[in-house]
Design a protein around this ligand. Structure first.
Ligand code: ACO
Length: 311
């Protein structure tokens, strides 16, 4: 049966078609998907924190409502992704336990602080912009539940990106202080946003195999450069600057290239020593503990319903 399954898997890969949860798949393919999808889910859940922190301080009722909706969307993304990961055989409890025990990865970007209201603009424009750039190709990922989840996630991320852009646009056309606040936020989020795409290609152990399995469609550097090109166009409309004097358009490759990034900082953040790592995990643990009664109530209700049905 394994030989039959392997042959089907190879055919699906060659046809660039899809593997579904009940199909046979190599153990390493399952493991890679579980790793990536669970990390992605954790990122969405931890990613709620920097923005949730600003809901109560948003400058108007309208801004508050928009930000609240956005943060709720991120929770929804996390839940789709946990569901997609569960189809690979790990329970949500196991994934959540790994996250709160500090054993699971989530995106480096969410370990940076959101200092001012303009950070809500920079996060929407750059962080969600980078997420879209990375995730649109994932809509074609070879694992069905992941690819399908990405379609909806990307639609919502587009709205998030535009709301961030609009916050920055308004600030950059406001008072000189507001414009400075917008520029300062862009300056602080630029390099961390570029690092979201992962380490440079020659230091990315998983890329080659993930590309061979049609999970990743482009390398980390390819997507990072594409993102730099997108930002170069949009920053002109914002009348702001990207804090990178080395950005250039390479006439030979017809691609944008960015200046050097501090990869030591990236590895420090991944090792748990970024500016907000401990705060983010602490808050997640608190939220998990605070939600214990909801989980207990839901389980009791489910037991009651089951008992009724079997009567
Ligand atoms: N933050 C934290 N960890 C990272 C990051 C990052 N920005 N980039 C890479 N890593 C980790 C990888 O998870 C991997 O760790 P592991 O082997 O211990 O699991 C290691 O660094 C090496 O990197 P790669 O070999 O390049 O890993 P991979 O092929 O998985 O590529 C990438 C990383 C591009 C992030 C990929 O996993 C991906 O596309 N994930 C889906 C998108 C996603 O998770 N986005 C989250 C942020 S977007 C948002 O939530 C709004």
């Amino acid at each position: 049966r394994d030989a039959e399954g392997q042959a089907n898997f190879d055919r699906v890969m060659a046809d660039d078609s899809r593997i579904e949860p009940k199909d046979w798949m190599p153990a390493a393919y399952r493991k890679t998907l579980l790793r990536q999808i669970s990390q992605h889910a954790h990122s969405e859940i931890i990613g709620m924190q920097p923005e949730a922190n600003w809901i109560s301080r948003a400058p108007s009722l309208k801004r508050k409502a928009i930000l609240m909706a956005k943060v709720q969307d991120e929770a929804g993304h996390g839940l789709y992704l946990y569901s997609a990961a569960e189809t690979l055989g790990q329970s949500r409890d196991e994934m959540m336990d790994a996250l709160i025990a500090g054993k699971a990865r989530y995106s480096s970007i969410f370990n940076y602080p959101a200092r001012t209201w303009a950070d809500m603009g920079a996060i929407g424009w750059m962080v969600d912009g980078a997420a879209i750039c990375n995730q649109v190709p994932l809509c074609r990922a070879s694992y069905g539940p992941y690819g399908r989840a990405m379609v909806r996630v990307c639609k919502e991320e587009s709205f998030h990106q535009r709301q961030g852009f609009e916050i920055l646009l308004e600030l950059s056309h406001g008072t000189p202080e507001q414009k400075q606040m917008a520029q300062d936020a862009v300056n602080r989020w630029y390099a961390p946003a570029l690092m979201m795409f992962g380490p440079p290609d020659d230091d990315s152990p998983n890329s080659k195999q993930s590309m061979a399995w049609n999970i990743k469609r482009f390398s980390n550097d390819e997507l990072r450069n594409r993102f730099v090109g997108m930002m170069m166009e949009q920053v002109k409309v914002l009348e702001l600057n990207l804090p990178d004097k080395d950005i250039r358009f390479n006439e030979d490759t017809k691609k944008w290239e960015h200046g050097p990034l501090d990869w030591d900082e990236f590895h420090e953040v991944l090792a748990g020593r970024g500016p907000c790592n401990s705060q983010r995990l602490e808050r997640r643990r608190e939220a998990h503990d605070d939600g214990a009664w909801v989980r207990e109530a839901a389980a009791a209700y489910a037991d009651k319903q089951q008992a009724k049905q079997s009567m």
